[in-house]
Design a protein around this ligand. Structure first.
Ligand SMILES: [Zn+2]
Length: 468
């Protein structure tokens, strides 16, 4: 009896897939150090503009050069900032670029509240900036939390003014008010979408009338504009050419007594973007030409000059191809290339198990997620990676002892989502999604696991080092 049992156990061990706990596999100190550095980057880089600038500074400090109109020199590492909101970086490989490129593509924009072009108004003794939400949000999560304001205003004389307010201890913060529970009886039975109206995401920015003159019409709005004029030299119409974003004012924090998790704003998708840049920097001699692409606009469809569909990517690739001696065709190079699309997946949340299909759900602390397809309604819009490519990527992960799991976003037909993967597939590039799991995705404070983050860095590095 006992002999038979041990045979069963042996067979199970041989044939069943067991998810691995990353903490058991990877170095604890490395995990903690990586997480601390990441938290600093996350706290400073709450918008795509600031994050791109931070990555530029990191690349410059590691010997990368900005590629403008100069002809790239053989063997050198280059980067390019794209319209201040995206960044592409390149390291030459052992093989010629004509053999194809290994890409890691992520995004650095996150859901937030954008200030409207005609934003400022006063009502019942309070001045507000009206907003238009960006990306997929649950409206109520953005109410009654401390908000900071970041962005730029370009004047007609070409001067670009930066605004950053709400991050320092001494700064004021901004807020959207909510109704007290005492008067919320009529709201409690209404659908949540009716109670929290996205048009009402008006952020409090003032309450004191100019010269304390309460009789004057729009005196509070005037106070706010006068302050902005004094501080930044702008008038009301300068909002027409502004990009101002309200984001959560709080910083990333450890979660739990054991400090295994981190809450923070914008893990999606900076928790893939930072490891992608770090992996690129730390891979001294990649097998093939290695390129990290950090895009903007993923949350609204990867459109525009900074989104993953942009041809500015091809322009960058054409420019780095000038390192090669012979003629090289851009589309041929792309057709020989491979891409890990770095984006997050939904972590299994025990309070909402009904949204997940357990055996195909990602779990925290179980390593990176390999996602064959995303999409919705029968894989609609998905990249759906090829079996052969999946097998080859798994082989790299197994060689590097990466803890990984495979997952779908949630139950069939319960919703869905996408990543930049499809836009690389469309270019003839073998592509698969590789990211980590997140709880409370797209909320002002998303949660990830520190060990998953480090494992993702190792996975990306392994891909650059070894993938042929
Ligand atoms: Zn994302």
């Amino acid at each position: 009896m006992s002999k038979e049992k041990s045979l069963i156990e042996e067979k199970k061990e041989q044939l069943f897939f067991q998810k691995k706990l990353v903490w058991k596999e990877s170095n604890n100190d490395s995990i903690q150090t990586f997480a601390e550095n990441y938290k600093k980057v996350l706290d400073l880089g709450k918008t795509e503009r600031i994050f791109a600038q931070q990555m530029k500074d990191i690349l410059l400090s590691h010997g990368f050069e900005e590629l403008n109109s100069q002809v790239p020199q053989k063997g050198k590492k280059y980067f390019r900032v794209v319209n201040e909101k995206g960044i592409f970086a390149f390291v030459p490989g052992k093989q010629s670029i004509s053999n194809g490129i290994n890409f890691i593509a992520t995004h650095i924009d996150s859901p937030r509240l954008d200030v409207k072009p005609n934003p400022l108004f006063e009502d019942s003794g309070i001045a507000f900036l009206d907003t238009h939400y960006y990306g997929g949000i649950k409206t109520y999560q953005w109410m009654n939390i401390a908000l900071a304001l970041h962005g730029v205003i370009t004047k007609t004389n070409g001067e670009v003014v930066e605004i950053h307010m709400g991050e320092k201890e001494e700064d004021p913060i901004f807020m959207i008010s909510d109704l007290l529970p005492h008067l919320s009886k009529n709201y409690k039975t209404k659908p949540v979408g009716e109670v929290f109206n996205n048009e009402n995401l008006d952020v409090i920015v003032g309450s004191v009338p100019y010269q304390f003159n309460t009789d004057e019409k729009d005196a509070i709005k005037l106070f706010v504009l006068d302050y902005l004029h004094e501080a930044y030299g702008i008038t009301e119409q300068d909002f027409f050419s502004a990009e101002l974003e309200f984001v959560p004012a709080c910083n990333a924090r450890d979660v739990g007594f054991d400090r295994g998790l981190m809450a923070g704003y914008g893990h999606d998708d900076r928790c893939c973007s930072y490891p992608a840049i770090k992996a690129l920097i730390d891979t001294k001699t990649p097998e093939k030409a290695a390129v990290a692409l950090l895009f903007d606009k993923e949350e609204i469809g990867s459109v525009g000059t900074t989104g993953a569909m942009t041809h500015l990517m091809e322009v960058f690739i054409e420019d780095i191809m000038k390192q090669e001696d012979g003629p090289v065709s851009l589309h041929k190079v792309l057709s020989l290339s491979s891409c890990l699309s770095g984006d997050v997946g939904a972590g299994l949340d025990p309070h909402y198990k009904e949204a997940f299909e357990a055996k195909n759900a990602a779990e925290l602390h179980k390593g990176v997620i390999l996602t064959k397809y995303t999409g919705s309604g029968g894989k609609g819009g998905a990249n759906d990676a090829h079996s052969e490519f999946l097998g080859a990527v798994r082989s790299v992960f197994e060689n590097h002892k990466i803890a990984y799991q495979v997952a779908e976003l949630g139950k069939v037909d319960i919703g869905g989502g996408g990543t930049v993967a499809g836009y690389f597939g469309n270019r003839g590039i073998q592509t698969v999604d590789v990211g980590i799991s997140v709880l409370s995705m797209h909320s002002p404070q998303e949660i990830i696991a520190k060990d998953d983050l480090y494992e993702l860095y190792r996975a990306y590095k392994g891909f650059f080092e070894e993938y042929k």
